[in-house]
Ligand binder design. Structure first.
Ligand code: ATP
Ligand code: MG
Length: 584
């Protein structure tokens, strides 16, 4: 089926100068994406805006009174918002920003917990044509300062406790003009800094009518800083057209249907929390649960039971923590509403997939993507046989490749660099203030992901590790993931992080840092037993030569094991940028 694109606003020369990469006809035969583009609503004149696609199109139609958001606060509060209400509230917030002089292209940042106002402000920002930058609320002052300075944000929306946390950095934010403070339900008793604006007061003054600013599909909409697993976080900038891929993957990969209750556990400070905690469910008109509270196994199961969650999207660290909490806890809850489960963010150990089947009667479906890719590119999607440990196959319209260091494609079952053919709709369009680094990611006609993987003869991709993490031991290339996955199959092992430690003979030897499950003691006998166990599973060449017991592994705030830090510590080297490091 051929279809022409809806009329589109022309991108400016400036926008196109960064990287010409959107020739769908050439790269994809203009087939799947054109069809999906036609399913978007678009704005009169061919403009495209994520807020219209996620909120207003439903508010203007038959889903006006359908619940968009069920919010459960950390103190058990509960609120619901229909698409119609979301439209009005986001209009109001767009008017607030307009009254503050915010214009198309300005950066407006969010630094707050998962409150309804975060979601309302986010879409208000998009409606005025500004670029939304969500920051994880667990950040301390320095990571916030770095990101606000780098982006040149003009407005910051935050909450009283977080506002106090960053008071010291405010004088260093030369481009910041306004701070809007959301004191949810007057939870915070302290008086506001008189220079700040109060969200409730501003909203009360603002009109409920707003004409969305004319944004083309090529205009910037969101910027997300990467997790900082491998180095300094980079501000990946995305465009309104990413909506089409959020919509498509919401259907194809998350398997969203009209009556689903969907729960994405990711925080909007990370790309999963916006692409899949806002865009995918809402472009599909699906009700979603937002839970303000943090991780606690029993609280999470309670959420599923109470709100009858049907589709669940979470991450390997969370799954490993649920596993650690034991199989008895889920038995206390009625989890029968669950129909489909997904995971992203790190490799999902086969053990975790199998655990899903044991405890929930269904596997976790692993999928792969990055901040830079904006949306899922590779997945175990419905109707497909799940191969535990594989990140699945490319979604329609996406070409993934495995190439050698000269960017030549290699055959099946050979390790190489994971690359993507540029031109997918949700592709990032630059790193903020770092075009050079952006350009360096495009080589030999591919976007180079920085991950290593292999593809089997059936087209399933198997993640091996980050390019920087791959270990070369006595001529064998070893992906840390494979070793970690074998280790956590041992009943005593909760988590493992594996690095290459320089060695005069073998070049590198495999070293594992292991955190134990409760009830196990870090003894020499146990270490020997785990070594034996891993040798049987992996062969002596690949199994860790050294095992060190640790109480926990260093992780990014988005929950990823930071192997570069394990390595730096092992070698006594500087730790590099740790702004994204979870507090230890
Ligand atoms: P930085 O780029 O700053 O080092 P980061 O790469 O961790 O940080 P993200 O964009 O949040 O930042 O993470 C994307 C990366 O996470 C991928 O490149 C990959 O290494 C890993 N990842 C995500 N999903 C999967 C998956 N399903 N299997 C294996 N790895 C995954
Ligand atoms: Mg990365």
């Amino acid at each position: 089926m051929t279809m022409t694109f809806p009329a589109i606003g022309k991108p400016s020369a400036d926008q196109m100068a960064v990287k010409p990469n959107l020739d769908y006809e050439k790269t994809h035969g203009n087939f799947q994406w054109a069809e999906m583009y036609a399913e978007l609503d678009w704005l009169p004149g061919g403009w495209l805006n994520k807020a219209h696609e996620a909120i207003d199109r439903h508010a203007n139609g038959s889903r006006r009174d359908k619940v968009a958001m069920i919010w459960e606060g950390k103190n058990g509060e509960q609120e619901t918002y229909t698409f119609g209400q979301m439209k009005t509230l986001t209009n109001r917030f767009a008017n607030v920003l307009k009254s503050l002089g915010i214009q198309k292209g300005d950066r407006v940042f969010l630094f707050m917990d998962r409150l309804p106002e975060l979601y309302i402000a986010f879409f208000g920002i998009l409606k005025v044509g500004a670029i939304a930058g969500p920051l994880f609320s667990a950040f301390g002052p320095d990571p916030v300062k770095d990101r606000l300075q780098d982006s040149g944000a003009k407005v910051l929306i935050t909450q009283p406790d977080l506002r106090r946390r960053i008071t010291g950095i405010i004088p260093e934010l030369f481009e910041l003009e306004h701070i809007v403070v959301v004191n949810k339900d007057d939870r915070d008793p302290q008086p506001r800094d008189p220079a700040d604006l109060d969200y409730v007061e501003e909203m009360a003054k603002a009109s409920a009518d707003f004409d969305i600013v004319e944004t083309s599909q090529f205009d910037y909409s969101i910027m997300h800083y990467t997790s900082g697993t491998t180095g300094k976080p980079k501000g990946a900038v995305h465009r309104h057209q990413a909506a089409v891929q959020h919509y498509a993957t919401g259907k194809w990969v998350l398997d969203l249907h009209e009556d689903d209750i969907y729960w994405c556990t990711a925080d909007p400070g990370w790309v999963t929390g916006t692409s899949y905690g806002m865009m995918a469910p809402w472009t599909n008109g699906v009700t979603q649960l937002i839970y303000e509270g943090g991780f606690r196994a029993s609280a999470w199961y309670e959420m599923i039971q109470k709100h009858k969650v049907t589709v669940w999207y979470t991450a390997p660290t969370a799954i490993r923590m649920l596993m650690r909490a034991g199989d008895e806890v889920p038995k206390r809850y009625d989890l029968s509403s669950l129909r489909y489960m997904n995971s992203v963010g790190e490799p999902l150990n086969p053990e975790a997939v199998v655990w899903g089947v044991t405890v929930f009667g269904m596997p976790f479906h692993d999928n792969w993507w990055q901040t830079e890719t904006g949306a899922i590119l590779c997945a175990n999607y419905p109707g497909m046989e799940v191969r535990p440990g594989s990140m699945g196959r490319p979604i329609p319209g996406i070409e993934l490749g495995i190439v050698d260091d000269d960017y030549q494609q290699v055959g099946p079952d050979v390790d190489g660099n994971l690359v993507v053919r540029p031109g997918w709709p949700s592709m990032f369009h630059t790193y903020w203030n770092n075009t050079e680094m952006y350009n360096s990611k495009f080589r030999g006609g591919w976007y180079v992901t920085g991950d290593r993987a292999r593809v089997d003869k059936d087209g399933y991709f198997w993640f091996q590790g980050r390019a920087d993490d791959v270990i070369n031991t006595a001529g064998h290339l070893v992906g840390p993931f494979e070793v970690e996955s074998a280790l956590i199959e041992h009943p005593a092992v909760a988590e493992a992080g594996v690095i290459g430690k320089p060695d005069p003979i073998a070049m590198e030897v495999v070293k594992a840092f292991v955190a134990l499950n409760e009830g196990f003691e870090a003894t020499t006998e146990l270490r020997n037993e785990i070594t034996r166990f891993s040798r049987e599973k992996l062969s002596a060449a690949i199994a860790p030569r050294e095992i060190e017991f640790v109480s926990s592994l260093p992780k990014t705030r988005s929950g990823k094991i930071m192997r570069r830090l394990l390595k730096a510590r092992e070698l006594g080297l500087p730790e590099g940028d740790t702004s994204g490091l979870e507090e230890e």
